[in-house]
Design a protein around this ligand. Structure first.
Ligand SMILES: [Zn+2]
Length: 161
């Protein structure tokens, strides 16, 4: 590659593997694919990444409901995403899984570097958390004790939905 060739990096969100892909997954991936294809046509050296986030409470809960370990569940569900990208003729250059050894190694090393620099400290935080939405909400956000997005309700025990 000539030294002066411009580079372009694009990624989709990495998708949770709690369930099969839906239209939102297809939308963001097709949109990223359009941009990647356009930049290639313009002569850029493109790297287009997509992948799956295989950690989190949603994945753990979905696995438990199917009597699988989270890894077994992720190994099965990730194939739905990979197959859909084939069907949609997506031109990604990389597919990352957060359970890949290489990914885990880099995350571990990066977090350790930050910790060594004093950039990470352990504190506790509590708040209203919606597992289906994977986010915290403040008192002003909630609607009658329910998540404003999905309407899940606080269990009243841990300040979490
Ligand atoms: Zn919610």
């Amino acid at each position: 590659m000539p030294q002066n060739k411009k580079t372009f990096y694009i990624t989709t969100p990495i998708y949770y593997v709690n369930d099969v892909p839906h239209i939102g997954h297809a939308y963001t991936t097709v949109a990223a694919d359009c941009l990647a294809r356009y930049k290639r046509l313009k002569g850029y050296d493109v790297f287009f990444l997509t992948g799956t986030d295989e950690h989190g409470q949603k994945v753990e809960k979905a696995a438990k409901e199917k009597n699988r370990t989270p890894q077994e569940h992720a190994d099965l569900m990730v194939e739905n995403f990979k197959n859909l990208w084939k069907v949609l003729n997506i031109t990604h250059d990389g597919f990352i899984r957060t359970t890949d050894d290489g990914h885990k190694k880099i995350v571990r090393e990066t977090l350790q570097k930050l910790r060594n620099k004093g950039e990470i400290e352990k504190r506790s935080y509590s708040g209203m958390y919606c597992t289906p939405c994977e986010r915290f909400w403040t008192d002003k956000d909630v609607v009658n004790g329910n998540c404003p997005d999905c309407r899940a309700r606080d269990s009243g025990q841990t300040k979490m939905w």
